[in-house]
Design a protein around this ligand. Structure first.
Ligand code: M6R
Length: 603
């Protein structure tokens, strides 16, 4: 949520900042701004709207600078507007800051500063930081930023610039990510690695409470006023080059990458990943697993719970991270808390990870960013190798999270001697065939799914229905449709329909029914017959034999032949594609849906 970029070096800073903001735009896109040290002062340009608007506004300003900071915003305090865009300046106009996160005590600080005569120009919490830095500035900008941060409660990633130090950027991070990058050309700062991989040779992730002084020749890190020696982020975990590569959108590109992402992730696990000593230590003697995540990751967790209970026979629960953190859960020493997060920086998930670590419980995470704050907090990290996911709607990361959960469930079952070696291997070999099943869907998507999207694009509602594992897939499908097409969409457990939701069904209401579980097929078909009798138009998604009934289905999306247990890995793909094509048919920007941003780093 919100993206920060910074640069100081030998090159002109403005193109670096604008390029960086474009790469980070998926983190927030309601306004953007830059500040650069030039001609003994600061030039600040900020604009409501996308980075492209900022680029147009910057071009005629005609200044040259080798040091600057930039920001792309997802509004928390104050509507998207030029005034509320970052950077924000202190009263002298010679100090400016950009900020991600939320300052919880900003109102008290604002009152204090206003009583001292400070005039505020925006409604943001960030402006408070700028004025505090100004207040504490006595010729040492690092000291002033450190003093200002000492007054804040909440979370922040901050970059500051002072006209008196025209080649220096000050950075600070607390519960909000910041990466520092070094190259022979200069020193960089960004909210995530994807903006820096192609520019910097070495990357460092700032830890909670750290500050950094960035100069053209390198960076110094400090914690509690003392210098810190940092370990670089492993190269293999840095995702770069996340360009469109000719695709019409990131979301479609990322759906089409599902087969490759699954294969890469499976190959990585095949290299003995789950056999490590660390894995053994994390999972030995675990009697209960608490799974948490948000949004799509939560849906993966719901499937994960079912898999772990069914395959490994370990009791498991799945909760939304935002609920779990206030639930006062009964965690015991033999519990394992498992977090799922594509980004590894979702605020609610991180809060639960901190809470669990504080309770002395074993922790593990499934994340697409192994160098993330979440991974740093956990005893054990199960990486997914989906590659950078840029579209706000999570797709390929979800399929890979599921794969990780299957592998974990089978591994736990094998460890607990509930699965013989040969059976264990047999299941892994089924998993190795999933990428080609996924390809079969993505390759025919245009033919099969586009007509449905055209048909339903002007509808008021779409419902997804499923039972057992299909219910969790239905939940994920409905999230995809609503978040990018803005059509009201809900998922129901098929058995629950007649307990209330059936009242919503009218003549022509589209119902996407998932049928991948043979043992539940008859029961789902009964629920569908009830919906059909009330006028629902039913599209079956499943194996040929499960959706053959001519009396029920108005349309069919046939899935490749995959054993029932493994179906969730592929049955979600038609839903992901339906969401995408429906959004496209309605003229919505699928990559950057309104009101949302990737990586929700505030509570
Ligand atoms: O990075 P995370 O997996 O922790 O993100 C969790 C959710 O914010 C995310 O899945 C969100 O729901 C997506 N927009 C869903 O497509």
């Amino acid at each position: 949520m919100c993206g920060i970029i910074g640069y100081t070096g030998r090159s002109e800073s403005l193109p670096v900042l604008i390029d960086g903001l474009k790469a980070l735009e998926y983190r927030g896109y309601d306004s953007a701004g830059v500040a650069a040290a030039a001609d003994g002062g600061l030039v600040v340009v900020k604009k409501k709207g996308r980075v492209a608007e900022l680029e147009k506004a910057v071009a005629p300003r005609g200044f040259f600078s080798r040091c600057g900071i930039g920001h792309t915003r997802w509004a928390t305090h104050g509507e998207p507007s030029d005034e509320n865009s970052h950077p924000h300046c202190g009263g002298s106009g010679r100090i400016t800051v950009v900020h991600n996160g939320i300052i919880e005590n900003y109102l008290a600080l604002k009152r204090e500063l206003a009583d001292g005569g400070v005039k505020f120009r925006s409604e943001t919490d960030t402006e408070v930081i700028a004025h505090l830095v100004q207040k504490y500035y006595e010729g040492d900008i690092h000291k002033a930023v450190t003093a200002a941060l000492g007054r804040l409660r909440g979370s922040y990633a901050v970059a500051a610039l002072c006209a008196d130090f025209s080649d220096t950027v000050i950075a600070a991070s607390y519960h909000s990510p910041l990466i520092v990058g070094l190259s022979s050309d200069g020193t960089y700062l960004a909210s995530d690695t994807s903006a820096l991989c192609d520019r910097a040779d070495v990357l460092y992730r700032m830890s909670d409470g750290e500050t950094a002084i960035l100069r053209p020749t390198g960076a110094e890190f400090y914690l509690d006023g003392k210098p810190v020696v940092k370990k670089a982020i492993e190269r293999s975990w840095q995702y770069g080059g996340a360009g469109l590569g000719g695709a019409e959108s990131f979301m479609l590109k990322e759906i089409n990458e599902i087969p490759r992402a699954l294969k890469k992730t499976a190959d990585y696990y095949d290299g003995g990943f789950f056999d490590s000593e660390r894995a053994a230590k994390t999972f030995a003697g675990v009697r209960k697993i608490f799974i948490t995540g948000c949004g799509t990751a939560y849906h993966a967790g719901m499937t994960g719970r079912a898999l772990i209970e069914r395959i490994a026979r370990i009791p498991a629960e799945t909760d939304l991270a935002s609920e779990f953190r206030y639930r006062k859960p009964l965690l015991r020493r033999d519990s394992l808390c498992l977090f799922i997060s594509q980004s590894g920086e979702t605020a609610d998930t991180l809060a639960v990870a901190r809470l669990s670590a504080g309770a002395g419980v074993r922790t593990a995470c499934i994340t697409n960013v192994p160098g993330s704050a979440l991974a740093a907090l956990c005893d054990f990290t199960i990486p997914t190798l989906a590659g950078a996911e840029i579209a706000v709607a999570s797709t390929k990361a979800y399929n890979c999270q599921l794969l990780a959960l299957y592998r974990l469930a089978f591994h736990l079952a094998y460890m607990r001697k509930r699965l013989s070696k040969s059976f264990y291997k047999e299941n892994l070999s089924v998993l190795s065939r999933i990428p080609s099943a996924a390809s079969a869907i993505t390759e025919n998507a245009y033919r099969d799914i586009l007509p449905l999207a055209e048909k339903y694009k002007n509808g008021r509602d779409i419902y997804f229905l499923g039972r057992g594992l299909d219910y969790y897939t239905a939940l994920e499908g409905s999230l995809k449709v609503k978040e990018i097409s803005y059509i009201h969409c809900e998922a129901f457990a098929a058995g629950e329909l007649k307990h209330g939701a059936l009242a919503l069904i009218e003549r022509g209401t589209p119902v996407i029914a998932l049928l991948t579980q043979g043992e539940l097929k008859e029961k789902t078909l009964n629920s569908l017959a009830e919906a059909k009798a009330r006028g629902a138009e039913i599209i079956g998604v499943g194996k040929t034999e499960y959706i053959a009934d001519a009396g029920v289905f108005d349309g069919r999306l046939t899935l490749p032949d995959t054993p029932d247990l493994f179906a969730p890995l592929v049955s979600v793909i038609p839903a992901q594609l339906l969401a995408y094509y429906t959004a496209r048919a309605r003229g919505c920007d699928a990559d950057k849906p309104r009101n949302l941003a990737k990586s929700v780093t505030v509570e």
